[in-house]
Design a binder for this molecule. Sequence first.
Ligand SMILES: Cc1cc2nc3c(=O)[nH]c(=O)nc-3n(C[C@H](O)[C@H](O)[C@H](O)COP(=O)(O)O)c2cc1C
Length: 414
Amino acid sequence: MKRLVIVTVILAGCAAVCTGRYNSRASQLKIIQLSEPRLTGPVSLEQALAKRRSVRRFSSQELNFVQIGQLAWAGQGITEKKAGFRTAPSAGAIYPIKLYFATPDGIFVYEPDNHSLNEVLNGDIRSGLAVAALKQSMVATAPCDIVIAGSAKKLAVEYGNKAKRYMLLEAGHIAQNILLQAVSLELSSVPVGAFDINQVRKICKLPMTLEPLYIICVGYPAGQPTTESNEKKRTGKPDTGKTKRAVLIIASENFRDEELFETRGALAEAGVETVVASTKRGLIRGMLGGRAEATVLLKDVFVNDYDAIIFVGGSGAKQYFNNRVALNIARQAEQQGKVLAAICIAPAILANAGVLDGVRATSFSSERVRLKKVGAVYTGSAVERDGLIITASGPRAARQFGEIIVETITNNDL
Ligand SMILES: Cc1cc2nc3c(=O)[nH]c(=O)nc-3n(C[C@H](O)[C@H](O)[C@H](O)COP(=O)(O)O)c2cc1C
């Protein structure tokens, strides 16, 4: 049953609900199919080593599942499928360690084989965990506490009385990977070793075979501006008044996480200022549980204010297929010579706005017929650019989509 749902989740792609639920227990527990880890990043290993510092005060901004997935992969991700070898070394490749992620939504265990997070408990255990960690308050305030737990028994079969030492060494490897990955994601962290083992085991509902070894608190440092301004700050580019601006339009629920976060990340790295618009203001949840703050209402998007108009996909994007305001925004963008972009199922919005006639375009496969019907030259590529119109197939192409938007905005100005 569990396997079936995971397979369904993978096949469903960007347009379907990716937090699969299964009913093998009375309570319904989520399985989060994580997106592919990133293998490149803006921070070199040397910079990450130099910048890593323990931080104990965190802002309330939550992490999304793209960030959490990347941390999980850094700790225990499979990097060689055939042999099952992972990011961190393991004596005899026995892998006695499990990673648990305590977030405001619940506690999840990382399953390297599926690259998924399986919910163990619904609800926020972080305060209880902080009490178990000798009342260290950052365990309660960090948006994500990673509990590294190990089974010396699993190693003892092969290594006898060396098992405990090997398990602890492996936990250290994993912890350091996670700490450095946090730096690379521009997050802060602190490792915590001071806690009551039995209390942590009980709170996290760990099986008796697993001993909690280490907790790593991860989040945004307190007193820092929000993500958008962080990204602007990171670019180091002063606002000269010529800063490029892009609006990312997301559905009022179920936008696809990577398509917003990775596209926005590529824009921010290039110094492009971004705003998020939707039919409602405030925090909006993505299909994978990430949260984004929409600060502009769709009806208040003035195309003239932006260099690029970007429609983000995910199952919720259907709400704009026949939305008069959204279609008008797309038409105006084309008429005013702005960069107009859409990813996943969102190219259907451009199709319905009538701006794809004779244009080379791509989309999530479900929209292929619709695009062809309005005269688009459908290519099925990951990303397609035709003049100022950029389309992409789905979450895996999000980063490249963002980079091509940046390139097009830059060239459009020359
Ligand atoms: C095994 C271990 C256990 C630790 N436990 C705690 C802890 O319980 N609480 C805490 O605030 N910091 C803890 N730390 C973090 C250290 O205090 C911190 O690494 C040290 O002060 C050096 O600072 P830096 O990490 O910024 O280089 C622990 C570090 C290690 C290696």
